[in-house]
Design a protein around this ligand. Sequence first.
Ligand code: SAM
Length: 279
Amino acid sequence: MEPALYIVATPIGNLGDISRRALEVLSGASCVAAEDTRRTGQLLGAEGIKARMIAYHEHSAPQVAQQLVARVAAGESVALVSDAGTPTISDPGYRLVRMMQDADLKVVPIPGPCAAIVALSAAGLPSDRFAFEGFLPNRGEARRRRLELLAGAEATLIFYEAPHRILATLEDMQAVMGGEREGALARELSKSFETIRRAPLSQLCDWVRSDANQSRGEIVLLLSPARTDATASIDPALGELLRGMAEHMPARQAAKLLSTYSGVRSRQLYDFLLEQRQK
Ligand code: SAM
């Protein structure tokens, strides 16, 4: 194998989601740098792969990363895996990637599951613009402050959350953004109890409160974009013209074109068209 650091995505539940390329890299690499060698050992064992493993996690001493860089510099191939999903996404590894790049060494991503993207793909929320927010602060006050900062975001927001905090976080979201704002809860993705539900925050809160099973397992929370109220602020004649144009060309193109002549932001015109289509 070509000397490089390979960022290998692994399943987030269903072992069938491992890619052929991931298996090739894991079996061919000189060593596998794993967040948890026991857990990765189970995955490799299930695939019949024998590999030399090195523990590399959040608390690893800087020398471990330096040794991994030295291995690649000496012509070895190193596969980086986390407990599940894509390494470096809310998981250790991005510093190691930088160190490799700074040493002019190759970094090769091996694509595969990532809970945030898997959840977004099936949540039924707008996905043309989204922001990954990772984990919110654990403590109530800090969490609410962060949510207040995010309340006006015009993109779908994606959060990871621990099961024992899910209700408190949903309640904070409701308090900050209002119970009408739509959210989605994606739980145990690709596993036996996979559950994906999109509903206004008030309903999600009631549902989680009344069913303890919804606070179990691994969870991704998503929030719909803040309403821009594009409909309310667009002149009716302009709106009609825009709707007419969008019948003959893609919505984005119509919004851009009309923006040039009207001076109204293209994003606002585009949101207007989206809102109209939802009605
Ligand atoms: N690197 C991983 C990825 O690409 O998805 C994420 C690692 S992060 C430490 C772990 C969090 O991801 C969990 O707490 C949960 O919020 C989310 N997660 C991981 N697997 C999941 C699954 N099968 N279903 C729902 N959420 C999941």
